[in-house]
Design a protein around this ligand. Sequence first.
Ligand code: ARG
Length: 274
Amino acid sequence: MKKKKNLYILVAFMALFCVVLTACGKKDADNSVQKIKDKKTLVVGTSADYAPFEFPVVQNGQKKITGYDMLLANKIADQLGVKLKIVNTEFPSLVSELKNNKVDIVMAGMVSTKERKKAVAFSKSYFNVQNQVLVRKGEGNKFQDAATDFKNKAVGVQQTTTQEKIAKEQMKGSNVVSEGKVTSLTTELRTNKLDAVVLENTVAATYVKKFPEQYEIAKAKLNTPKDIQNINVATRKSDKKLTAEINKVINKEEKNGGLKQMLQKAQQLQLESN
Ligand code: ARG
């Protein structure tokens, strides 16, 4: 009698165990792609202060966000057969927006730092960057050496970016000013509130090309370590299938010259915008 009772208890436990196991199994299943297809929308988080990667333009009286990242995001949405929705926030909050499921992916000229890799995953890289110092027109020669020539100068950087780290480490004795938006930094440089702004080369070049009377690149060189040169799409660590789909698009656009074309198109749109 007692034996039978024990058996019942054992069977009951085993049944419970199976239920728990399948429940856990379900939770772990990666439905990242299916979820986006179901809602027919891919939500990309960005910080549209970063031409040519992402910036606002006015088309037919309407403000729209475009740029290299956004053109590529459109290709990813096409691959998934859904439409693209752009959520624009300040750069420092993008990683947590992604972690908290507010967006599906982040594309914001974001490099895959060791720190960020602890929190999120990254696609294959679709662009490489170096860092430079943007200064006012005519002052490029004043700054020859990053380690000595920015002493007591106000150097603007975007908060939580690799530029913040580089300025603190390489521009000795400077007064590093961290702010939320790159567009505020470049305005403050123009109006003499800052003496320099650390930017990635492609972004700095965009300012010099569009406003040649206002800005130039300082002679002083910065060192950009290898692990902060690669720009990628950020995804959630659990979303392996989505990351694989994104990598497919990047591979394809790399092979067929699409990446280059998208960058050129973005640069053109930036020059034409006001
Ligand atoms: N590449 C730098 C980083 O990942 C800066 C990116 C800034 N992006 C932007 N959209 N404002 O830290």
